[in-house]
Design a protein around this ligand. Structure first.
Ligand SMILES: [Zn+2]
Length: 461
């Protein structure tokens, strides 16, 4: 009991313990409930999980072979049938699937069912080309709700929670995935969508929201707006939990979000190509468990395509094991992370992945130094008087890339003047982490544009 109480922000300790006794007694399950959502799968011995994955993989190979011409031709060419797959490592014989492949089959070319069997469609934003389309059958929708419920339950969402869903409703998977999972748990979903930030704050207060779902950067913008409206984010709201994703964010940014709202913030990782959110999320120990009974993970060397052993950093590759409308075999995510097989204190045996270091596409090489935007963010967040909003400006001249950083300071610090000294401090801090001199311009509070969805952190000029 004590241990559980520790995870709750102190302010609501009394209220929530009362909630637990009243609602817990009524429902059997409550906020304090520590049982796993699906203990049979989530605490299955790893060896059994691998047997299940192998069995499902073989079935999936037969399924796509039978139902989709692209896959059939590919597997034939690689001389693969389910009978050739004797162990999970045999998956390495299957060619990778890339974003480029998917674009070539826009919109429904890779569907493995009748189009009439599709009941829901989503799509990526398509900012870098044609969008990726995610079609779902009725069973896929059911699966999505189940893996989302499992993930949100692991975060600590319970039936008595009121969840403010501030992802944009639309083609994007985010809002819909969170809604399905939360409703399956039985929580109340406020379907507010993103934007109209003052209204968000008012609704959050009036409806007594206890959980918030959006991009981490938007949660900070909301806190800022709440303050401008005269509220104290720590005292005037009932928020205790944040479920964030769709954006690369550093551990320092997480601490910042937690401090601003007085909440526990959890990470979600998902991709339209796989199912949307619901692939990977955190337990209360902030370990990212992979729903590996449905999504088979691999980590590869992005340059050679060779499979790496557990514990080594590389590009994440996923194979869906149970999806019907749009299954993928060995989809290259371009996201860099580490895969672990280790026991977690929470009791889950589901394998773990590290937080995403960044997309391999985001990696910048500056004067021979490899730089990820997340490293710069982590550095900025640790400096006093530096605000939450920043932009990395990338300038390309021929083959040469140079970087500079623009970052906001607080209203109080700006008024004090002597901004040069603060700029020098930030430059020195970045140099100590990256061993690279990056010029820094400190700007006034509120001069960098805010985002209601994914924040634009890197701009090219
Ligand atoms: Zn865990």
């Amino acid at each position: 009991m004590l241990d559980i109480v520790k995870t709750i922000s102190l302010r609501y300790r009394t209220i929530l313990i009362v909630d637990y006794f009243i609602q817990g007694a009524e429902q059997g399950r409550s906020f304090m409930d520590e049982k796993l959502w699906d203990s049979k799968i989530e605490s299955m011995p790893l060896i059994e999980l691998k047997e299940l994955q192998l069995e499902r993989l073989k079935k999936m190979i037969d399924y796509v072979y039978k139902n989709n011409r692209f896959y059939r031709d590919r597997l034939k060419e690689a001389k693969i049938e389910s009978d050739n797959i004797k162990t999970l490592r045999d998956i390495e014989k299957i060619p990778f699937l890339t974003k480029q492949d998917l674009r070539g089959f826009y919109p429904f070319g890779l569907v493995c069912t009748e189009v009439d069997d599709i009941v829901e469609v989503h799509a990526s934003s398509g900012t870098t080309g044609k969008p990726v389309v995610g079609p779902y059958t009725r069973n896929d929708v059911e699966l999505w709700g189940e893996v989302m419920a499992r993930s949100l339950w692991a975060n600590g969402l319970r039936r008595n929670d009121i969840l403010q869903n501030a992802y944009g409703y639309g083609l994007f998977t985010g809002a819909h995935g969170f809604e399905k999972g939360a409703q399956k748990i039985g929580a109340m979903v406020i379907t507010i969508s993103s934007g109209n930030t003052k209204r968000q704050v008012t609704v959050m207060k009036d409806f007594s929201a206890t959980a918030l779902v959006c991009t981490p950067s938007y949660s900070l913008y909301m806190a800022e707006t709440a303050e401008l409206m005269g509220f104290d984010p720590l005292k005037d709201f009932r928020l205790r939990l944040g479920c964030f994703g769709a954006e690369a964010w550093s551990e320092e940014m997480r601490k910042n979000v937690e401090k601003r709202w007085g909440i526990t913030a959890h990470e979600h990782y998902g991709l339209t190509e796989i199912i949307g959110p619901g692939i990977v999320s955190e337990c209360k120990y902030k370990k990212l468990h992979i729903n590996a009974d449905h999504f088979l993970p691999e980590v590869i060397n992005p340059d050679t395509g060779e499979t790496l052993e557990a514990g080594k950093e590389g590009e994440l590759v996923f194979t869906t094991l149970t999806k019907e409308a749009f299954p993928v075999l060995r989809f290259r995510t371009r996201d860099l992370a580490v895969y672990y097989e280790e026991e977690c204190e929470c009791g889950r045996t589901l394998p773990i992945q590290s937080r995403i270091k960044g997309r391999s596409d985001d990696m910048m090489k500056v004067k021979g130094v490899i730089v990820f935007p997340s490293q710069i963010e982590a550095t900025l967040m640790q400096i006093k008087n530096i605000g939450d909003n920043y932009q990395i400006v990338k300038t390309k001249k021929g083959d040469m890339t140079t970087l500079s950083v623009e970052v906001e300071t607080t209203v109080k610090r700006w008024k004090q003047g002597n901004i040069d000294a603060l700029e020098k401090e930030v430059e020195e801090e970045i140099f100590s982490i990256l061993n690279l001199h990056v010029p820094v311009k400190v700007v006034e509070h509120n001069s960098i544009p805010r985002s209601i969805g994914k924040a634009i952190r890197v701009v090219e000029r």
